[in-house]
Design a protein around this ligand. Structure first.
Ligand code: SAM
Length: 218
């Protein structure tokens, strides 16, 4: 059900979540992760995000996870890259230059398949998931990241009863509850972006808060 929903979104081009510019929180906060240039970054539920290109421009290598072959095709085609593809248990690995994307269910990813990573970047990944999948998602990040690895996580808060997700509203208290057994946790930013999101304003939502968190694997 969950997978069909996303495949259909990509097949019908309903990808309003995709941003034409790099996320301002990424540019503002990434330095706080204090990573070496050659760090390998996990980008869960990566879509065809241009944030991956920004990270590579900083010298990083990317390993993303994504269900949709359309998203993956569009990402590489948009860079003029032709990835090599290899079949792995439950996943198809697409590689070109500093980019690797694992096609399959991120919640089923193992450390062996992902390989060593130094950090993670979650923009619109946790908030893409309904409540019953958030704990398995948090468990997957804990399983895949080594001790000391940092994550920049970007989420939304709004009155959930006024609009269905995705993106879902996931408040700081829930994020803390999901992650705090395995991660240290700091809130970096909480910004009202309602003015740039008329679909939320149209249904009377009074504020759409975008939040950023820095987490470190214990
Ligand atoms: C809201 S979009 C965000 C995409 C990207 N992070 C961005 O900022 O543009 C969520 C993405 O996660 C993918 N997705 C949803 N569930 C997934 C899962 N279980 N495993 C891998 N990818 C998934 C969807 O196909 C979609 O591209």
């Amino acid at each position: 059900m969950h997978h069909d929903f996303w495949h259909e979104r990509w097949q019908t081009g309903q990808i309003g979540f995709h941003q034409a510019a790099v996320h301002p929180f990424l540019a503002r906060w990434w330095a706080r992760l204090e990573l070496p240039a050659d760090a390998r970054i996990y980008v869960p539920l990566c879509g065809k995000s241009l944030d991956m290109v920004w990270l590579v421009e900083r010298g990083h290598r990317i390993v993303g996870s994504e269900l949709s072959p359309i998203a993956i095709h569009d990402f590489f085609a948009g860079r003029g890259l032709e990835p090599t593809c290899t079949e792995e248990p439950g996943f198809r690995r697409h590689c070109a230059g500093p980019f690797e994307i694992l096609e399959g269910d991120a919640l089923a990813l193992t450390p062996d398949l992902l390989g060593p990573v130094d950090a993670a970047y979650d923009r619109a990944a946790l908030v893409a998931l309904p409540p019953d999948l958030r704990r398995p998602y948090a468990a997957s990040l804990a399983r895949l990241l080594p001790s000391g690895a940092k994550t920049l996580l970007i989420a939304f808060e709004y009155p959930q009863e006024m609009r269905g997700g995705p993106p879902f509203s996931v408040e700081a208290a829930e994020i803390r509850e999901l992650f705090e057994s395995a991660f240290r946790f700091e809130q970096l930013e909480r910004l009202d972006i309602l003015a740039e999101n008329p679909k939320f304003a149209e249904v009377g939502i009074p504020a759409l808060l975008e939040t950023a968190f820095l987490m470190e694997r214990r």
